[in-house]
Ligand binder design. Sequence first.
Ligand SMILES: Nc1ncnc2c1ncn2[C@@H]1O[C@H](COP(=O)(O)OP(=O)(O)OP(=O)(O)O)[C@@H](O)[C@H]1O
Ligand SMILES: [Mg+2]
Length: 237
Amino acid sequence: MGSIVIELSGVSAVYEGERTPALHNLSLHVGSGEMVGIVGPNGAGKTTLLEVINGLLPITEGTVQVLEERVGSRSHRLRRRIAYLPQDMFFSPDTPFLARDVVLMGRFAGIGPFRPPRREDHEQTMQALIAVGADELSRRPIGRLSGGQQRKVLLARVIARQPRVLLLDEPLTNIDPEAKEDLSHLILEIHRQLGLTTLFVSHESGPLLAAADRLITVVAGRIIARGMTEPQPVKVQ
Ligand SMILES: Nc1ncnc2c1ncn2[C@@H]1O[C@H](COP(=O)(O)OP(=O)(O)OP(=O)(O)O)[C@@H](O)[C@H]1O
Ligand SMILES: [Mg+2]
């Protein structure tokens, strides 16, 4: 394991209006180039964990650092380096963007004021679509694509963004078994080829969980197990 890229120390987080913290005194270090899988029952705090790493949810205690910078500092540099694929992110049929627009926008997300796209942005967009095997979809409206096709486009968006850190929340949900295999391999390839540090949430056994360098199990806002192999199923509370 190289240098530490993601570092949480004693982190607690409480959603507005809630009494019980969604994360309790949680500590986690992820090294450069590592791929870590997060498992655990519904409501455990897996999505919350990704959100505090991405600076979307303020923490009430502890510290979160990514690439040696404190998350929450609203640094454009840092936000640009983290790519986040939220859980259940699908586009409705009337979304007024083409697949390539969605990928192109990834190059601008989180970097502040809009600037007109340059040739380089369009080139990176096409290259990313080719890399995920979705170049033929580039001129199709995003909302008219299938769930698996949309996921591929969103992964192209991640590539085009050229991040250092990849956060994926249930990337295989609503995907048919065959496409699941393909997408798992695609995620692995992106992780390895771009030399990313990746944290993903998944409850599905398969190539993605099997390829993780390690797994952590989150239950009720705490990490209850850390290991190299798939943990035993945990009782849903
Ligand atoms: N916006 C919110 N407001 C208040 N409480 C929330 C909010 N989002 C999540 N929570 C609560 O925080 C806890 C952790 O939720 P989280 O979404 O992180 O779980 P999860 O592990 O991702 O679950 P799932 O597997 O269902 O996606 C739960 O108790 C949930 O009810
Ligand atoms: Mg979740």
